[in-house]
Design a binder for this molecule. Structure first.
Ligand SMILES: *Cc1c(COP(=O)(O)O)cnc(C)c1O
Length: 377
């Protein structure tokens, strides 16, 4: 792709990814493994190039949301172990085996179905059991009076033929916000591990820390950490900033181009709904980015673009494919580049004014936006 032709593109700096990977792995105890979360097309960064770079860096495990995402990586030649975090129908067991994938198991019923299907296929399916310690999403509930029953069922699942219970994990609901609740979940997880050990079950890979816990609570690292957002250079919460030492570097910058520039008289309304009326004569640039590219419509009249060494406030409503920016006083011409978010304009700030989080801004960069990978330094 000739990116000088693109109207809008996402610059993906894989050197920044490498920096973040090194910063995060430097926080781990020796022997603690690193699972890179590359679900949702690596949070919009492109799963294949990101996974390839992580593999080169020595990342020993990857995770995706579903079988389709895992298959894409295998087809691209990624050979690292891949954990599927979501549910896969047992009918797909043969495909899981052929692609050498690791499947999350969330209850006794699906454990039985995977076991039966793996035996029929003549294989052994690698699984990680999921414990629900308080996220209230997938997995065996195991708080308080439910502990022994969960341990009993999970031990039985581990003993099923056709399954190799390589791992066990849980997920924190509020690691970025609530230490007490996180430690309650962690204690439940440790209690479960102990109850399983009493039944003679031990797992090579026990894991619970996504980015926030990996940064804030080293005691939760266990055998492996599971960061996603931090790899892409974003802190899950301001309270995590600086905990990694060198500081994370944003990997993605959304860039666009100026389509036209004109001087518009005072009193003129701008964009749909005529919500914004120019108070003074202004130089307006039309930018080739809109909500269909991933610039939230909630950024209307509130966000800015960085171009020509300055900042240009977005005026009026963001349209599907375009928006208008006030470039008065800046030397701007059609074809000029502008940053929508990235190194200069943090995705976190755009997220905050759109009432969301950086994760959704990154994942929201749409399919029509080409990803351009920066050459190695
Ligand atoms: C998405 C996800 C992660 C990564 O979370 P981040 O906050 O992006 O680090 C880890 N584990 C599970 C189970 C997830 O769903």
């Amino acid at each position: 792709m000739d990116f000088s032709e693109s109207r809008t593109w996402a610059e993906v700096d894989l050197n920044a990814l490498a920096h973040n990977y090194r910063a995060l792995t430097a926080m781990l105890s020796p022997g603690c493994r690193f699972l890179g979360v590359v679900k949702a097309d690596a949070y919009g960064h492109g799963a294949v190039p990101v996974a390839r770079r992580l593999e080169e860096l020595g990342c020993g495990y990857l995770a995706v949301a579903c079988l389709g995402e895992a298959a894409e990586l295998r087809q691209a030649g990624i050979s690292a172990p891949i954990l599927i975090l979501g549910r896969t129908p047992a009918e797909e067991t043969e495909r899981l085996l052929v692609l050498d994938l690791t499947q999350t198991v969330v209850d006794a019923e699906s454990a039985g179905a995977f076991s039966a299907a793996a035996r029929r296929a003549g294989g052994r399916l690698k699984v990680h059991l999921k414990a629900d310690t308080g996220m209230t999403r997938l997995g065996w509930l195991c708080a308080g009076p439910l502990l022994e029953g969960a341990a009993e069922e999970m031990a039985a699942a581990c003993a099923l033929p056709g399954l190799e219970a390589e791992g066990i994990f849980t997920h924190f609901a509020n690691a970025d916000g609530d230490e007490a609740y996180t430690m309650l979940q962690f204690t439940r997880f440790l209690d479960l591990l102990e109850a399983l050990e009493q039944r003679g079950v031990r797992f090579p890979l026990r894991h619970c820390a996504a980015s926030a816990a990996a940064l804030k609570y080293p005691c939760t690292h266990l055998d492996m950490v599971r960061p996603g957002i931090a790899l892409y250079g974003h802190y899950p919460d301001p309270s995590c900033v600086g905990l990694d030492g060198p500081g994370l570097a944003p990997v993605m910058s959304l860039k666009t181009r100026v389509m036209s520039v004109k001087t518009v008289p005072a009193g003129t309304p701008v964009s749909y709904g005529c919500t914004r009326v120019l108070e003074r004569e202004s130089d307006l640039a039309v930018l080739a980015v809109g909500y269909a590219d991933g610039l939230p419509r909630l950024a209307s009249d509130r966000w800015q673009a960085a171009l020509a060494g300055g900042r240009a406030p977005i005026l009026g409503r963001v349209c599907m494919d375009m928006c208008m920016a006030d470039v008065t006083g800046l030397d701007v011409r059609p074809g000029d580049e502008a940053e929508v978010f990235g190194r200069t304009l943090p995705a976190e700030e755009l997220a905050a004014l759109a009432g969301t989080i950086s994760y959704e801004i990154l994942c929201g960069v749409s399919r029509r936006v080409p990803r351009v990978y920066l050459a190695r330094a």
